[in-house]
Write a protein that binds this ligand. Structure first.
Ligand code: URA
Length: 486
């Protein structure tokens, strides 16, 4: 049997392909095979998608016992496969669902997308609806995992603490959610055991393990300190819908939550907090903090952007309350996040050297950052700095403006473009603005220069040249401070 393909070629339609997925959550594998099948013009009813442990398909006459080796290479002139970003995003989640029909369903949609590129916008289409339901149910499962995994501490032979949790996901979300736990518990050794598989983090590398049984996980109370520092912090009052929460929390989760009796109190507390937030009005009308201590507390509790969940803590500014000079960096780094103080790491040391040479007393200045939390990506044991986005800087401006309103410095020194954006609310070119004052709304002068970590990234002559320019900028600021004081 032969038919006209999308590329105009004739391909056999007699074949039935059995695609054996190496893992039930291997979306990348599905995507690659699905592309090949579309390019070979293989209609959905000629493909079986078989998960590991699946029984196979009696009708997949051509499907080899393992793998899908017989799929021919796509014709050279096969048109590109079309898949909207929206489809891929939803499909990536839906692929993790436990419904054995999901990969077939996704292939049907991909097949149809070639002729109906706007298919995913058709909310009445039963296949689109089903894919959306699958994706939603997977997202809900992931949310439950974030909220209800409870670690218990066990000692390894050498006495190192190891934190072990038992969780029963509905879907194949374990691997997809591993990164979430790795970022939050980067410095601990932990394992999450589930009936679908297990993951283990040794502080550096993630390992996967076989399915586990509830008896494999320790019983007893979850680790209190972890509960306090993490679970309470993710209990977001603004997002809490009691009815939805209770319906989302079937009995099977309750049995893993020895602190479940706390929930009524948490709900009550959350509702009070939410009421307080509502009473305070929208962010724009939020009362400005009256003291620097309130700024520090407010920034620590702030969850207005995703960075807030990144590091250990918010790092508040430090220095005299009415310092004539305010120095603003970008965001705390690794060491600042651990120490809870701005500019104490390598960039801070270089800044201190330059301030000393320019005869600026750091102790007399108020030192802070445009963004109060450390944004990073985890690489093994290391937390690598990531620049905040313009949106994140703009969100955190609220706290920087509050600090400036309280300290009322005569001069504000912005170290780098992120700091300058935090102060001006727009992108500025450091090269263009450095060496002269920009007058701010309250009459203070903003002086812009490079960030010391920029100098740290340079070598040799380039570093010397930039260090000299940085020194000249600091000297100009010191002179101007003298003029304003005199
Ligand atoms: N870099 C910054 O911008 N701020 C700090 O506090 C440390 C490094």
């Amino acid at each position: 049997m032969a038919a006209q393909s999308r590329s105009g070629q004739h391909v056999s339609l007699g074949s039935h392909y059995a695609v054996h997925l190496p893992a039930p959550d291997d979306f990348a594998f599905w995507r690659e095979r699905a592309r090949g099948l579309v390019q070979c013009d293989v209609p959905p009813d000629r493909v079986s998608w078989i998960e590991p442990g699946g029984t196979g398909d009696l009708f997949a006459a051509e499907g080899p016992s393992r793998g899908d080796k017989r799929l021919p290479p796509p014709p050279a002139d096969a048109p590109p496969v079309r898949a909207s970003q929206r489809f891929l995003t939803i499909a990536r989640s839906a692929a993790l669902h436990s419904d054995p029909a999901r990969f077939g369903l996704l292939y049907q949609a991909l097949w149809r997308l070639q002729r109906q590129p706007r298919l995913m916008e058709d909310k009445a289409d039963p296949q689109v609806r089903r894919i959306e339901e699958l994706a939603k149910s997977v997202r809900r499962d992931a949310h439950k995992m974030h909220a209800f995994v409870r670690f218990r501490e066990v000692q390894e032979e050498d006495g190192t603490p190891h934190f072990v949790a038992w969780f029963e996901p509905d879907h194949h979300i374990l691997r997809a959610e591993a990164g979430f736990f790795m970022r939050r518990f980067a410095n601990m050794r932990w394992s999450i055991l589930t009936p679908r598989g297990s993951i283990h983090w040794d502080g550096e590398v993630m390992h996967e393990g076989p399915p586990a049984r509830r008896e494999d996980a320790p019983g007893g109370d979850p680790v209190e300190a972890l509960w306090r520092s993490y679970y309470a912090s993710i209990f977001n009052p603004a997002r809490l819908k009691v009815g939805a929460m209770l319906s989302e929390m079937p009995k099977k989760y309750w049995k893993n939550l020895p602190e479940a009796e706390l929930i009524p109190q948490l709900i009550a507390g959350a509702q009070a907090r939410e009421a307080a937030m509502v009473a305070a009005g929208a962010r724009a009308e939020r009362a400005r903090p009256a003291t620097l201590a309130e700024v520090a507390q407010g920034a620590a509790a702030c969850r207005d952007c995703p960075i807030a969940d990144c590091g250990t803590r918010a790092v508040a500014g430090e220095g005299p309350e009415h310092a004539p000079l305010m120095i603003v960096g970008e965001q705390p780094g690794d060491q600042e996040d651990l120490a809870g103080r701005p500019f104490v790491g390598p960039a801070g040391q270089l800044l201190d050297d330059h301030l000393t040479r320019a005869a600026i007393d750091r102790g007399a200045a108020y030192v802070t950052n445009a963004v109060k939390h450390f944004k990073f990506t985890q690489k093994g044991k290391h937390r690598l700095h990531q620049s905040p986005t313009a949106k994140e800087i703009d969100t955190c401006r609220w706290w920087l403006e509050a600090e400036r309103a309280l300290v009322r410095p005569r001069i504000v020194l912005a170290l780098g473009a992120s700091a300058a954006r935090g102060l001006l609310g727009r992108t500025v070119s450091v090269a263009r603005e450095r060496g002269r004052a920009i007058v701010l709304d309250d009459g203070a002068e903003l002086w812009v220069t490079v960030h010391p970590s920029y100098l740290l990234r340079l070598d040799g002559a380039a570093r010397e040249e930039q260090a000299a320019l940085f020194a000249a900028d600091l000297t100009a600021v010191r002179k101007r401070l003298g003029e304003l004081a005199g």
